[in-house]
Design a protein around this ligand. Structure first.
Ligand code: F3S
Length: 393
C-alpha cells in the first residue's frame, strides 16, 4: 500500500508508539485487501466494549494504548457495554468485579478521546455521517445502516481496526469505499407485507441464508414504517450473513446510482418467513422480553407508550438517547419497562438470571442462543406486550 512521507514516519514510530501501533494495524489490513492507499475518514465507531466479550486481554490492550498517549483524531463513538453504567446493581446480573473492569474499559476509551455514547445506533444523535463520507465503523448493524440508508462508506471494521483508524484519522481504501463494490448483486422481490420489526428481521435472516452480497430489494407488499424499521432488516442481514450493504428500490439513496449486476433473482413470500418464526419459537414460556436490538429510536420509544409490559421487559437504548429524552424514559419506567441504557441483552451476561428470551429482533434471535445460552422466541411487538389503558401521551 502506498504511504505518504508522513505516514511512513508514523509507521516507523517517529510520532510515538501509539500512532505506530495504529499504523501497523492499518497497513497490515491494507496489504491483505490490496488497498491502494489510506483515505481520510470523518468519523469512527468502535465495538469491543463489553467486558463480557473482550475480557481481561481486551482491557489490558486498551489500558496499554491509553497509557501510551493514544488519542483519536476524528469524532469517535462507542458501542454498548456489558451493563447499565448507572443502575447496574438493580438489573441483578452484574457483580462488583465485572462492574469495576467494565468501568476501566470505558475509562480507557475516554482517555483516548472516544465519546462514551454506548450505543449501536450512533446515527440517531451522536455520530451522524453525511452521504458520501468515508468513515470507519465497527458494529455490523450500524455499518449496513451507514452504507445503505445514509450512503456513507465504510467496511465492516473490527474493534482494533476501527480504533486504529480513529487514531490515524484514516482507513485503507478498499471494499465499500470503492463504488464498484456497492453495486447490487442479487435482486430480492418481497411479495409480502412487512408490518413489524420482527417481519423485517425474519426477512433479513431468510435472505442472508442465500449467501447474498449486496442485496437489492423490491418491496412488493406493504412496508410499514420502513424508515424506522429498516435497521432491523439490515441488522439481521449482517448478523446472519456478512452483508454490509443493501439497496431498497425507491428508498435507499444509491438504489438508482449504479447499473446493478444481478447474478440471482430471489422471490420471498409469506410462507418463507413463517419458517423463520417457527424455527425461533422456544416451547418454554419466556422469562424476559427484550426490545431494542439495535437500540431504539425516539419514535420507537414513544410508540411503546401504546403498550405496557406483561412480564419483565428490557428496553435497550444508548446513553445519548437517555440523556436527550429523560422525561420519556422516566415515563416508560413508570409504566413498568426496565430501561437498560448503554448496554443490551446480548452483550450483558443475562444468562445469570434468564433462560428464555422473547424478542422482536432478528439479530438478537440469532445471537441470544450462542452468546447468552437463551432459548429464543422471535415474535411481533404487539404479541410481546399488552395494549395500555393509559393515555399514550
Ligand atoms: Fe446493538 Fe446489542 Fe443488538 S449491540 S445491534 S442491541 S446485539
Amino acid at each position: 500500500m502506498y504511504l505518504t512521507n508522513e505516514e511512513e514516519k508514523a509507521l516507523e514510530g517517529e510520532f510515538g508508539e501509539a500512532l505506530e501501533k495504529a499504523m501497523r494495524i492499518l497497513v497490515a489490513i491494507g496489504d491483505v485487501y490490496g488497498a491502494e492507499r489510506l483515505i481520510k475518514i470523518s468519523s469512527a465507531h468502535i465495538s469491543g466494549v463489553s467486558y463480557k466479550t473482550i475480557g481481561d486481554a481486551g482491557l489490558d490492550f486498551l489500558q496499554d494504548l491509553a497509557s501510551l498517549g493514544a488519542k483519536v483524531l476524528v469524532k469517535t463513538t462507542l458501542n454498548p457495554c456489558g451493563m447499565d453504567p448507572i443502575k447496574w446493581r438493580s438489573l441483578g446480573i452484574i457483580d462488583e468485579d465485572f462492574a469495576k473492569k467494565q468501568m476501566k474499559i470505558i475509562e480507557s476509551y475516554t482517555r483516548m478521546g472516544v465519546e462514551p455514547t454506548l450505543t449501536c445506533t450512533p446515527y440517531y444523535i451522536s455520530n451522524v455521517p453525511k452521504y458520501g463520507e468515508d468513515i470507519a465503523w465497527a458494529e455490523s448493524s450500524a455499518v449496513i445502516y451507514a452504507n445503505s440508508v445514509i450512503g456513507a462508506k465504510t467496511n465492516r471494521e473490527g474493534a482494533p481496526s476501527a480504533l486504529a483508524a480513529a487514531i490515524v484519522g484514516k482507513t485503507p481504501m478498499y471494499g465499500y469505499h470503492l463504488e464498484e463494490n456497492r453495486i447490487g448483486t442479487e435482486k430480492i422481490i418481497v411479495k409480502m407485507d412487512l408490518e413489524d420489526p420482527a417481519d423485517y428481521g425474519a426477512l433479513g435472516i431468510y435472505v442472508a441464508r442465500m449467501n447474498v452480497k449486496v442485496p437489492y430489494f423490491v418491496l412488493d407488499g406493504k412496508a410499514l414504517n420502513l424508515s424506522i424499521y429498516v435497521k432491523y432488516l439490515g441488522a439481521a442481514l449482517a448478523a446472519e450473513g456478512s452483508v454490509a450493504m443493501m439497496h431498497i428500490e425507491g428508498f435507499t439513496p444509491e438504489w438508482n446510482k449504479y447499473k446493478h449486476e444481478f447474478s440471482d433473482k430471489i422471490i420471498v413470500e409469506k410462507d418463507d418467513i413463517k419458517e423463520i418464526f417457527e424455527e425461533k419459537s422456544c416451547e418454554d414460556e419466556e422469562d424476559l422480553i427484550a426490545l431494542g436490538c439495535p437500540h431504539l429510536s425516539v419514535e420507537e420509544l414513544r410508540d411503546l407508550l401504546k403498550y405496557r409490559p406483561k412480564r419483565t421487559t428490557w428496553i435497550s437504548i444508548g446513553m445519548d438517547m437517555y440523556k436527550a429524552h429523560r422525561d420519556l424514559v422516566n415515563e416508560l419506567e413508570r409504566r413498568g419497562y426496565i430501561i437498560a441504557k448503554g448496554t443490551c441483552f446480548v452483550v450483558s451476561p443475562i444468562e445469570k438470571k434468564f433462560k428464555v428470551t422473547a424478542t422482536n429482533s432478528g439479530k438478537a434471535s440469532k445471537y441470544l442462543p450462542s452468546f447468552c445460552k437463551q432459548c429464543v422466541i422471535l415474535r411481533r411487538t404487539k404479541d410481546l406486550l399488552v395494549i395500555s389503558d393509559e393515555n399514550s401521551c
